[in-house]
Design a protein around this ligand. Structure first.
Ligand SMILES: NC(=O)c1ccc[n+]([C@@H]2O[C@H](COP(=O)([O-])OP(=O)(O)OC[C@H]3O[C@@H](n4cnc5c(N)ncnc54)[C@H](OP(=O)(O)O)[C@@H]3O)[C@@H](O)[C@H]2O)c1
Length: 302
C-alpha cells in the first residue's frame, strides 16, 4: 500500500520502519527535518511538505499531543491542515494519544469535507513497535478499518475494534494509560514501604510480577523503578501526565468520578515541577522515596 507517515518521533520512526520492512511504499514528513535520514536509507520517500504525504491509501499521524495534532490536521490561521490536503480515497489514521474531544472534532471536520478518518492509538513503547508487537485500539467506520488492517499488521500483534465512533478508541487508550499511571505509583509506594522497613523490594517485584499478577508489563515498569533507569526518554513524565489529564477530561465531561486519576495526576505534576518532566514516568518513584524520608543515596533519613 502507499502510506504517508507524519510525525517521526520515537513512535512514528519505529512504525514507519516496520511499514517499510513489510514492503509498503512509504512517504514520511516531520516538522523538524533530519529525523528521516535512517528511514530514507531504508527506502522511504521524504516529503518536503504535508500535502505530499497526504495522498495514497492511508496517512498516519503520530504526533506528540492535542496541540500538535490540531495544528497539523486541522491547520492554523496561516496554514492549511492535513485534512485540506487529504485525497478523498486516503484514510487518515490518527495514532497519537490525544483527547476524545479532539478526535470528535477531527471526525466532524473530516465528515464535512468527505474525508475518511479512523482513530487507532496504540499500546506499547517504541521498542515494542520495532518488534511489531503493539496493540492497536481502533474505532471508526468499519469499511475503513478493514482497509487499514494490512497497515496495522505491519507493527501490531493484536488489533481490537472498540467502537464505531473514532473518539471511543481514544477514551479506551486513555483508560489503559490511566491504569499504567496507577500501576507505577502503586509500585512506587509499595517499594518505599518495603525499603523503609528493610525488606528487599526487588524480590517483592519478582514475586508480584512473575508469580502473583503474572504481568510482563508490571515486570517491565518495576524493573525500570528498581534499576532507576529514568533517562531512557522512550516515554516521559510529561507525556504520561498529559495522558492522565486527558483521561480526567473525559471523566469530567461524562461525569465519572476518578479519585485515583486525580491523585496520580497531582503526582505527575509534582514530578514536572521538580524538573523530572523529561525523565521516564517511573521517575515518580523518587517522590515516593523522598516522601518516605529515603535520600538520594537510598539511606533512610527518618
Ligand atoms: N513513546 C511511547 O512509549 C508511546 C507509546 C504509545 C503512545 N505514544 C503516543 O504517541 C505519540 C507520539 O509519541 P512519541 O514518543 O513518538 O513522541 P516524540 O518522540 O516526542 O515525538 C513527537 C512528534 O510530534 C511532533 N510534533 C510535536 N509538536 C508538533 C507541532 N506543534 N507541529 C508538528 N509536529 C509536532 C514532533 O516533531 P519534531 O521532531 O519536529 O519535534 C515529533 O515528530 C504521543 O501522543 C504519545 O503519547 C507514545
Amino acid at each position: 500500500m502507499k502510506i504517508g507517515v507524519i510525525g517521526l518521533g520515537h513512535m512514528g520512526n519505529a512504525i514507519a520502519s516496520r511499514l517499510l520492512a513489510a514492503g509498503h511504499e512509504i512517504t514520511v514528513y516531520n516538522r523538524t527535518q533530519g529525523k528521516a535520514e535512517e528511514l530514507m536509507r531504508q527506502g522511504a520517500t521524504v516529503a518536503e511538505d504535508l500535502a505530499s504525504a497526504a495522498a495514497g491509501d492511508a496517512v498516519i499521524t503520530m504526533l506528540a499531543d492535542d496541540r500538535a495534532v490540531e495544528q497539523v490536521v486541522l491547520g492554523t490561521r496561516n496554514h492549511q491542515g492535513l485534512i485540506d490536503h487529504q485525497e478523498p480515497q486516503t484514510i487518515h489514521i490518527s495514532m497519537s494519544t490525544i483527547s476524545a474531544m479532539l478526535s470528535r472534532r477531527i471526525e466532524e471536520a473530516s465528515r464535512a469535507q468527505g474525508k475518511l478518518f479512523v482513530s487507532a492509538p496504540v499500546m506499547g513503547r517504541p521498542d515494542v513497535a520495532r518488534k511489531g508487537e503493539l496493540i492497536v485500539l481502533t474505532a471508526g467506520d468499519s469499511n475503513a478499518i478493514e482497509k487499514c488492517r494490512p497497515v496495522f499488521e505491519a507493527f501490531a500483534k493484536a488489533i481490537h475494534v472498540v467502537g464505531q465512533k473514532p473518539e471511543q478508541a481514544n477514551t479506551t487508550k486513555l483508560a489503559a494509560n490511566f491504569m499504567i499511571s496507577c500501576m507505577i505509583e502503586t509500585m512506587s509506594e509499595a517499594f518505599a514501604l518495603l525499603r523503609k522497613n528493610g525488606i528487599d523490594h526487588c524480590l517483592f517485584l519478582d514475586v508480584m510480577a512473575k508469580e502473583f499478577f503474572q504481568s510482563p508489563v508490571m515486570a517491565k515498569y518495576g524493573n525500570i523503578i528498581t534499576g532507576e533507569q529514568f533517562d531512557t526518554r522512550a516515554f516521559t513524565v510529561r507525556l504520561q501526565e498529559k495522558d492522565t489529564r486527558l483521561a480526567l477530561d473525559v471523566a469530567l465531561e461524562s461525569q465519572v468520578p476518578m479519585p485515583f486519576a486525580m491523585a496520580v495526576e497531582n503526582i505527575f505534576l509534582a514530578a514536572i515541577g521538580r524538573g523530572k518532566g523529561n525523565m521516564d514516568p517511573c521517575a515518580i518513584s523518587q517522590i515516593a522515596l523522598e516522601n518516605a524520608g529515603i535520600d538520594g543515596n537510598r539511606n533512610v533519613l527518618v
